[in-house]
Design a protein around this ligand. Sequence first.
Ligand code: GLU
Length: 420
Amino acid sequence: MEPVLETAMRQFHQAADRIELRDEMRELLTSFKTVYQTDFPVNMDNGSTKVFSGYRVHHNSARGPMKGGIRFSSIVSLDEIKALAMWMTWKCAVVNVPFGGAKGGVICDPGTLSSSELQDLTRRFTSEIAPIIGPDRDIPAPDMGTNAQIMAWMMDTYSMEQGYTIPGIVTGKPVAIGGSEGRFEATGRGLLYVLQEHLAAEGGVRDRTVSVQGFGNVGGVAAKLLCEAGARVQYISDVATALHHPEGIDALAAFAHVQAGGTLRTWLDEHPNAAEEVAHEDVLTADVDVLVPAAVESVLTEHNAGDVRAKLIIEGANGPTTSDADAILNERGVMLIPDTLANAGGVTVSYFEWVQARQYLHWSEEQVNAELRRVMTDAYHNVISRCPLNSGGMCTQREAAQWIGVERVVEAIELRGIFP
Ligand code: GLU
């Protein structure tokens, strides 16, 4: 078992121990409803044909249709997709949206594919997984390496095969074809709302020093919104470049540059005084108030958890902290707001998008953001009610979120019963 799946399993079993979950329920919840693997050919621009491997995994559907992103990355593996599908089940339950958990991915490096190769790969993969997805069955969304354009191609492929437009088949689509206002920023915005709630009694996020690892749809947006909210974003990083400025980095300008097709390297080249380059590890061990790991899984491990100097970690990525690191951070009194709560804003607005698609309605951005704030705030207080901030480390927010997730899924399974 790869470390990422081991982390997901250990988190589940820790919660299962605390709520004394019976063995057959543990067996059910550590199993996967559907594991779909497909090898499929794509015609490349140079005339050759290349075979790619992809996955779609359903973890559990007790609470509703299954939901989760599609990842295009060269490090995709079946164990990773299983772990991410399981986390989706708990995440949807923690924010109480009526979905089960799924995830998918294709092993590829999207940066090396031309636009037409990317489109052909997306369309063929969609066609391969079409039998197990559907607007009432399993609704994909963007994740690492995928975006609104890729969702548009998925929606079109599925719709063409059915013979009519089915906007509810994916979320995270462009707004012009039924996407939701606010979906692009939703994960970072949801993270900000949770953080604002967490720090409300201590003066909010204004003037807090922050370090953000990852500068994509989660980290980039979070850094930008934190800047706008008055935090001092001292560190940012993308896969190639890590930057620091003691007075704070203009993350709005950096994000606008990256959105226009640049990288943090080219931004620094154009604005050499905006920041200084530092080592990637410095971003994780920065002496700041808040650390936001928003890149990939398993970046906080037993090897560096002892060096973390932030007082608070809020997880933008899925599974950035291994179980060993969790134990070390908890022991050291570092407060951690877990992924299944902190980054659930994405799937929450995905739910709003799906509802709008089913009703052929269009909500305003104000309405989306207000509903998002309500859902994230309720979920945060629900977690905190299980794990008071003054519990003296007896219970972490990760454990509390995991209990809520597992309990809600178990309740659904028990109410529905086992078929036949
Ligand atoms: N990929 C995102 C996540 O990991 C969003 C999933 C969705 O919107 O369905 O939460």
